[in-house]
Design a protein around this ligand. Structure first.
Ligand code: 13P
Length: 255
């Protein structure tokens, strides 16, 4: 993996037609060498987008992947409204975002549930992007408090999960930076990247841990993150909904 630029569309756009148009535009972005693009649309659009993806030329597909924004912790069963990892795989999703702060906040998602989701998603062959990050009250206490908070999330969310031969990418998304235009200072994101990676090496024996930064990334500031050697890419919300702006982020990978 070079640098991963991941689009989290969240609950956007409102119609399938718009989703298809957005995906078409994103797929057309010329990706510089070393840049990989991941698109995570709402579940409901995955099938249509996977069909578009399926008819693209192989060359255009290289370095472009599909993912989902969540997954359930059971493969199938009496779980109304839920979607399992094999269902996602069967539609062509390779990645899944787990533990996004919006799900923790609005869906009451707990670390225990996140832990079960990650375990099953990995077992079923999905690459996992685990979101962590502190809220404003913790950040106000300083960098050490933020690290302690993130360490707690990592320990609980990855509890008893062996990451050997598995892909778990950590997306650090401080809550106060999401959708606020207040992106983290790149030097602080770098410090968090070093911290998270050394934790993964020490506790999960991952040889090459991966770290993404997320939170108000846009075309103007993306290079400040994705060009850092400690940062392996970005997880982008709002700015991923405009193909041109997203294209600038993808191209920020190029030195
Ligand atoms: P924004 O890029 O809109 O701040 O959202 C970040 C995010 O939550 C991506 O998962």
């Amino acid at each position: 993996m070079g640098k991963l630029i991941a689009a989290n569309w969240k609950e956007h756009p409102k119609t399938e037609e718009e989703a298809r148009a957005l995906f078409r535009a994103v797929a057309r972005i010329k990706r510089p060498r070393g840049a990989e693009v991941l698109v995570c649309p709402p579940f409901i659009y995955l099938e249509g987008i996977a069909a578009q993806y399926g008819i693209m030329e192989t060359d255009r597909r290289r370095g472009l992947a599909l993912g989902a924004q969540d997954v359930f912790w059971a493969e199938e069963g009496a779980f109304t409204g839920e979607i399992g990892p094999k269902m996602l795989r069967s539609l062509g999703a390779r990645y899944v975002i787990v533990g996004h702060s919006e799900r923790r906040r609005f869906e009451g998602e707990t670390d225990a549930a996140i832990n079960k989701k990650i375990a099953l998603a990995l077992r079923d062959g999905l690459n996992v992007i685990l979101c962590v990050g502190e809220g404003p009250a913790v950040r106000r206490k300083g960098a050490a408090a933020a690290k302690a908070f993130v360490r707690g999330q990592l320990a609980k969310d990855l509890r008893k999960i062996s990451l050997e031969k598995k892909v778990v990418i950590i997306a650090y998304e401080p809550i106060w930076a999401i959708g606020t235009g207040r992106n983290d200072r790149p030097e602080d994101a770098r410090e968090m990247a070093r911290f998270v990676k050394s934790w993964l090496v020490a506790h999960k024996r991952i040889a090459r841990p991966k770290f993404l930064y997320g939170g108000s990334v846009n075309g103007a500031n993306a290079a400040d993150y994705v060009q850092l050697k400690e940062v392996d890419g970005a997880l982008v919300g709002g700015a991923s909904l405009k193909a041109e702006e997203f294209g600038r982020i993808v191209n920020a990978v190029k030195k």
